[in-house]
Write a protein that binds this ligand. Sequence first.
Ligand code: FE2
Ligand code: FE2
Length: 375
Amino acid sequence: MPVSDLDPGRQSEGIGRRTFLKRGAAMGAGAGALSMLAASSASAASSTTLSQGDAAILQFLAAAEILETDLWDQYDELGGLNGGNPAYIAALSNLDSDQPAYISGNARDERSHAAFLNAYLAAHGAQPVNLEPFRTLPGSQATGAKKNRLRLTNLLSDDVDTSWYLRYRSPLNPDFGATFGQAVTITNQPVVPLNDSDTPPHMKQPVPPVTAQQERMQAIANSASFHFAMIEQGGSSLYATLAEQVSSLEVLRIVTSIGGTEVDHFGVWQDVAANAVEPPLSGVTDPETGTTFPNLDASGQNSTRANNIFPKPCEFIDPSLPHCSVVRPTLSQNGGAMAALTFLTSTGLFKGQSSAFFSAAEQLAQAADAAVRTV
Ligand SMILES: [Fe+2]
Ligand SMILES: [Fe+2]
């Protein structure tokens, strides 16, 4: 059965989330081939339906959703409800027994976002986005992956940004210049199993891991969980930021309604990823990359406490106003289309992509950022 037909929640097996560990408790763009979008910035939208700015915003978001779909599909093939790599699934489930269901649900949602946005664009006289010409990257060769399918995104060696963990536990806001370090340093790290010799697909995954290969697989799964949250917090900021530039009320409804689900996804992944940095899973070290997951819960401080997963009230609009629990950042220079593209590129998500890909992505991002609310 296609995963898209599943209700992940109902397919979940085993103990519920949170029970196992019993704790107290965004985007890149990419145009279609330039030729496919040649008219996008000037005349893609029907003047009677979509403004130029609204079309540009939806086109960038469509590209972002296609890229999201590509990476979530890779995770889903290996670690979702119908995922094909038992050891990866076991390692993901060590973080939260519902994680395979969440992965399939997140992948389903991204497919729906991409399909809806492109269909809406087409229905309103604007050019949909097609990234298929850029499907050139190799993917995982591990059991479960569609080995011959080329990818748009790279999950084989990533610099997973984990600063969101500190940012969302801080009263400071990047929109006022705050910067944050890495909660966990994850560089050149696979976030999916690479192949079966590196991580045998049928090995057990005890907690804590015992063998080097088990530790490798657990580190890959832990890194993936941080990556999930990294992607979805980026989407949360991106949608909230671009919503400020939308003109049509209907397009605003689309942007805020899809954006809300990105926030929902982020919240769940916040919770899941935190399980990697508290006992019994903290302390895992990837024997190949050296990525180590510290016990961030040990200090008991709110700035790192694992179950402090809701957005801490922070400065917003005016620092003299009371702190407010909000998505952050939401200024264009920090959370807009170019910011998302630059950020995702810096994490290696597009490593191996062509210069044509980056040129097209920048063109779409700049057009979206240039959109100005006209009503
Ligand atoms: Fe999405
Ligand atoms: Fe998303």
